[in-house]
Write a protein that binds this ligand. Structure first.
Ligand code: CA
Ligand code: CA
Length: 218
């Protein structure tokens, strides 16, 4: 019976490895954010335990990114947003740092200042090194303008390799010509460079979508 079970398991593993692909894999909908926890939609300042002890529950989002590092295991990131003082439009940590913590412990965590959480997604493997790049679009207190940032994992550290100017998806109507989903703003070309479609103003103050080219550094 035990032998049969082991054989069956081996068979399942074999089938899984045949189905599994070797390169980094995106999710079907990489920018999908799993609905926020209750903590995320409640003003976190209410969770102060007392006036003397500064202890807060911070809002956390969970995003499934697909297989970032090509180990055939889907990777999840937890976005730990800074605790804010809404009426003052400031953060309790002064720098408004959002932290990204990956499940499983194999992919390093990182943080970004001047970000009240935001949208993170799988950008695909832009330089064909077997590791997916990721994009992040920070939220802020005001304005629909924000950054579209690409991060690349290099020497076990996430590094910003591109930064474009965009309108936040949730602030622009889908029918607006200046609306473009984040995922569609990334254009992979070759190992030399890729492009991001950003929102730019021309000399006459008219806004356009325009590609911006980024070259990989060795
Ligand atoms: Ca993985
Ligand atoms: Ca890559």
């Amino acid at each position: 019976m035990l032998c049969l079970t082991v054989k069956l398991l081996n068979k399942i593993l074999l089938i899984s490895s045949v189905i599994g692909l070797i390169s980094c894999q995106e999710n079907a909908d990489t920018s999908q954010v799993i609905p926020k926890t209750t903590d995320a939609v409640i003003d976190s300042t209410r969770f102060m335990t007392s006036d003397e002890v500064e202890s807060y529950i911070y809002p956390i989002d969970t995003v499934v990114l697909g297989d970032i590092n090509s180990d055939k295991i889907s990777d999840t990131v937890f976005i730990n947003e800074p605790s804010i003082i809404e009426e003052e439009m400031t953060c309790r940590d002064d720098v408004c740092k959002t932290q990204f913590i990956f499940s499983g412990g194999k992919i390093p965590s990182f943080g970004r200042e001047q970000a009240l959480g935001g949208v993170i997604g799988n950008a695909g493997d832009l330089d064909d090194d077997g590791i997916c790049e990721i994009y992040f679009v920070p939220d802020w207190f005001t304005s629909s303008w924000t950054a579209f940032v690409i991060y690349r994992l290099s020497n076990n550290e996430w590094k910003e390799i591109a930064n474009a100017s965009v309108r936040r998806e949730d602030w622009v109507d889908e029918k607006d010509k200046l609306y473009l989903p984040y995922q569609k703003r990334i254009a992979k070309h070759n190992k030399e460079y890729f492009e991001l479609i950003e929102n730019v103003m021309d000399d006459e103050g008219n806004e356009h979508l325009f590609p911006k080219k980024f070259y990989f550094t060795k």
